[in-house]
Design a protein around this ligand. Sequence first.
Ligand SMILES: Nc1nc(=O)c2c([nH]1)NC[C@@H]1CN(c3ccc(C(=O)N[C@@H](CCC(=O)O)C(=O)O)cc3)C=[N+]21
Ligand SMILES: [Mg+2]
Length: 290
Amino acid sequence: MIETKPIDGKAFAANLRARIAEQVADLVRTRGVTPGLAVVLVGEDPASQVYVRNKAAQTLEAGMASFEHKLPADTAEADLLALVARLNADPAVNGILVQLPLPGHIDSTKVLAAIEPAKDVDGFHVVNAGRLAVGLDALVPCTPLGCVMLLKHHLGNLSGLKAVVVGRSNIVGKPAAQLLLKEDCTVTIAHSRTRDLPGECRQADILVAAVGRPEMVRGDWIKPGATVIDVGINRVPKEDGKTRLVGDVAYGEAQGIAGLITPVPGGVGPMTIACLLQNTLTATRRQNGL
Ligand SMILES: Nc1nc(=O)c2c([nH]1)NC[C@@H]1CN(c3ccc(C(=O)N[C@@H](CCC(=O)O)C(=O)O)cc3)C=[N+]21
Ligand SMILES: [Mg+2]
């Protein structure tokens, strides 16, 4: 029987934020530059509001400036595009994040394309996706960046390891695969149409689950001793009418099989926000030629 160890993303993220705060203080002291992050939220989705509030608090804690823009759900696409244009032109704003998903009447592809790539701290602009794919300096999507940081910290060199990424989204799956390839992993991207998905997953030294389906990855899909990164944050109803958070991996079943596994909550989620701050610092440095 293997002893399965949880990966403490919450602690790692807190430590990363502390290191970022030191670098921000240094930037302010030596260059008189304060990084600024603008977050745009359209509509009143309660989960999004909680997340945006956490981001703002952690931005301020890191010594950065936080600019929150809350727009009503019926905001016209043209008005959102005009706000993005203002933020692009504002020298106090080094990073721009437009919270997804956007209301149905707004074309999110168009909005993401309007963000200045140098300020695109989500790394969702096609210029950043392309730069990552061809190996140029890019702003890299926060969730996959956080996953790879955790992997390198716990496993060291990833070279030659077999990584299976389940999920092919532009936000997580595809950039995760690009980053793992950059670390010299042998990478497979699996998805809902993959033939024998459990068998594919069982090949993985590193299994990244990013499908958005509660507990879809079962214990017997995991190779004994593998490292499992669970990107899912699914809210499922409990018997008492409240909800609980579960990942894309059946966490209980993974015990005694996986070597290392990220819990939900407390795994990948906190790393996403810490990496957003990291990207804001990186963007600020590049915008100032540092
Ligand atoms: N443009 C854009 N960029 C995003 O990065 C983005 C977005 N839109 N829309 C929504 C999703 C969701 N997301 C999360 C980040 C952190 C946690 C997080 O910190 N979770 C904690 C606590 C979860 C809880 O208790 O609710 C954890 O997993 O431990 C969750 C979710 C970023 N997103
Ligand atoms: Mg699919």
